[in-house]
Design a binder for this molecule. Structure first.
Ligand code: AMP
Length: 594
């Protein structure tokens, strides 16, 4: 089944009927998707190198290699520099989507073609028909979604380079959507599109508070953004209530489009609403604040799977565990993958059903859940087709997209938990190699190691040696921040000459660490402010030996012991924290430019 424009416009019942058909005929749909991709892109420099004019599916499966981003990057770079899209795609590449993954510290750029927006819209249009089957009457009120755009730039060839959601919110598909009572947002487009994060957040919260009695659901794309908005509300509710009381928008909102849009929402003085809100916001605890401020909310929506699972407890605190937390979809810059057909399942139990008309999907089987590393070459014949994956087996996802990515390893590890008709349902397990993530940043072991290596050099001039390190994503603060546990030994032979650790030195170490981390981390820190200053916790000597003892006592093998470079909640973290001698924070934003 092709992705012709007409089918993409189906909504409601029609959308579900089509989903039924797609999932029954998944094999045929996948084969025809691959055929279409080969037909369109077969003449491209990249694909033609392997296909040499053939449009045969078997030729594709035996000849086209399984690759990581690094292998297609030179082609993408050529397009970025102005060469024709036809080196990878039969269609014009209209933009480069900046992924949160990084390659050599730079954001990965995923090619995108105009009709990809139709495919994304198609997936979004499935969400409400699915939700409506589980929670009725969602068309009787509003949705308070806190949506934000990010900074974008242009490639030397003039293509926009921006994150996929920024591209979507700026597209006519989003901005000129027809009125739909199931998708009646409290946030005006102008607030979502305002490039100033604080002004955007302020106005979206203000609109949500004004409409508090008709908000039926609320959320953000990622749980981290929703929690930041709650924290922003904690800091700004006095101003927000004042605006509502006097019927005037705060002067700090300077964006003229935003002021014009908000003037239609904040139309008169409302001292009664201001009193109600002030009474709630000044309560001693903010436990359950979401239920109190938005009493009709039936569910909270945000991605809470994968690395976002760390935010489940915080959201349960603010909703007192009374409101279902719903994860609706699984997507990436290269392709939107699938939807959650059981939206009321608890976040840790969520599985996503891949939509067979989004792209051509294949899977690298992972024995015993073992992760192949980036360097390992994957033989073409190892790959398994979408309908052939086995229940309770682990796989790494590989996609072939219309825009020209061929057998591209997405880097996500998935577990098959069931089938919907003939389509597998997957639990998101983790992203290959990723250690640390607070917001949309993803830092892997090599990136962390590289920045630690750069930073520890500063110690050496002071006769100090970094002997061991590990890391932790601390989300007990909002925004969360990276923590590095460092064990430092004094190497001076003459005790009397040993320089004590000085705060300035360790602060500099924090800064060098941050400056050496990837683009997305530095952007979140400096531009979005969605990550707090990095912290080094210096631990007593012998701490890492104690950590090893602990891990071995829990069943780890002594022969194969390697210091874990990431520590989650639990006994190991408690042990490290109990031996902290001193803490240091980065005192400035890391270097970042568009
Ligand atoms: P990006 O390329 O920056 O758009 O990031 C896409 C990646 O985010 C995916 O490959 C996943 O690793 C992660 N991701 C997206 N949606 C989900 C989800 N629902 N649950 C867990 N991880 C997700």
């Amino acid at each position: 089944m092709g992705m012709d424009g007409k089918k993409l416009e189906y909504k409601g019942e029609d959308a579900l009927r089509e989903l039924e058909e797609l999932t029954i005929k998944a094999k045929e749909v996948q084969d025809s998707i691959l055929k279409e991709i080969i037909t369109r892109n077969g003449a491209s420099e990249y694909l033609n190198k392997y296909m040499q004019g053939s449009i045969d599916l078997l030729t594709f499966k035996t000849r086209v290699p399984v690759i990581t981003y690094e292998e297609i990057q030179p082609y993408i770079q050529r397009i970025v520099n102005g060469e024709d899209s036809s080196i990878i795609s039969g269609h014009q590449i209209t933009e480069m989507l900046m992924s949160s993954g990084t390659s050599c510290g730079e954001p990965k750029l995923m090619p995108s073609i105009a009709e990809d927006l139709d495919r994304r819209t198609y997936l979004y249009n499935l969400i409400m028909p699915i939700m409506n089957k589980h929670i009725p009457d969602l068309d009787k009120g509003k949705a308070m979604y806190l949506l934000f755009i990010k900074a974008e730039k242009q490639t030397p060839s003039g293509l926009p380079a921006r994150p996929v959601l920024t591209s979507y919110y700026k597209s006519p598909h989003f901005q000129t959507r027809t009125h739909d009572p199931f998708n009646d947002y409290t946030s005006p487009n102008e607030a979502i599109l305002c490039p100033d994060r604080d002004q955007s957040m302020y106005c979206q919260l203000l609109a949500g508070l004004i409409h508090r009695q008709c908000v039926l659901r609320l959320g953000a794309v990622f749980a981290s953004a929703l929690l930041r908005s709650i924290s922003f509300l904690e800091k700004n509710w006095i101003d927000l209530c004042r605006d509502i009381r006097i019927g005037h928008l705060n002067k700090s909102i300077t964006d003229p489009n935003l002021r014009a849009a908000m003037s239609k929402i904040i139309t008169s003085q409302d001292p009664q609403l201001a009193d109600e809100l002030e009474a709630i916001c000044s309560l001693r605890t903010w436990k359950g604040i979401i239920c109190k401020l938005w009493p009709r909310v039936k569910y909270i929506e945000a991605v809470l799977t994968g690395s976002m699972a760390q935010y489940i407890p915080a959201l349960e605190f603010y909703s007192e565990g009374k409101i279902p937390l719903v994860c609706t979809m699984y997507a990436s810059s290269e392709c939107y993958f699938g939807v959650n057909l059981n939206p009321l399942s608890y976040p840790t139990e969520v599985s996503y059903t891949l939509l067979p008309n989004m792209a051509y999907f294949e899977f690298i089987p992972l024995e015993n859940g073992l992760q192949p590393n980036n360097e390992e070459k994957i033989e073409q014949d190892k790959l398994v087709a979408l309908v052939d994956v086995k229940l309770w087996c682990y796989y790494e996802l590989v996609v072939t997209t219309f825009a020209g990515l061929c057998r591209h390893r997405v880097g996500d590890i998935l577990l098959v938990t069931g089938f919907y008709n003939s389509v597998p349902q997957f639990k998101f397990i983790c992203r290959r190699n990723i250690l640390l993530s607070i917001d949309t940043d993803k830092t892997n072991e090599e990136e962390l190691h590289k920045s630690v290596t750069a930073s520890k050099k500063l110690l050496e001039a002071y006769d100090q040696l970094l002997t061991e390190y590990t890391s932790h994503a601390d989300t007990s603060t909002t925004p969360g921040h990276y923590v590095l546990f460092w064990e430092i030994t004094n190497t001076s032979t003459e005790l009397s000459l040993a320089t004590p650790l000085n705060a300035e030195l360790l602060q500099n170490c924090c800064q060098v660490l941050e400056d050496s981390l990837g683009y997305v981390y530095r952007c979140c820190r400096s531009h979005d402010k969605s990550i707090g200053p990095l912290e080094i916790r210096v631990v007593e000597e012998g701490t890492f030996e104690a950590l090893m003892d602990l891990i071995i006592s829990q069943g780890g093998s002594i022969n194969q012991y390697k210091t874990p470079r990431y520590i989650e909640q639990g006994q190991a973290l408690e042990l490290l924290n109990s031996r902290v001698k001193d803490r240091f924070f980065s005192s400035r934003d890391p270097v970042w430019s568009l």
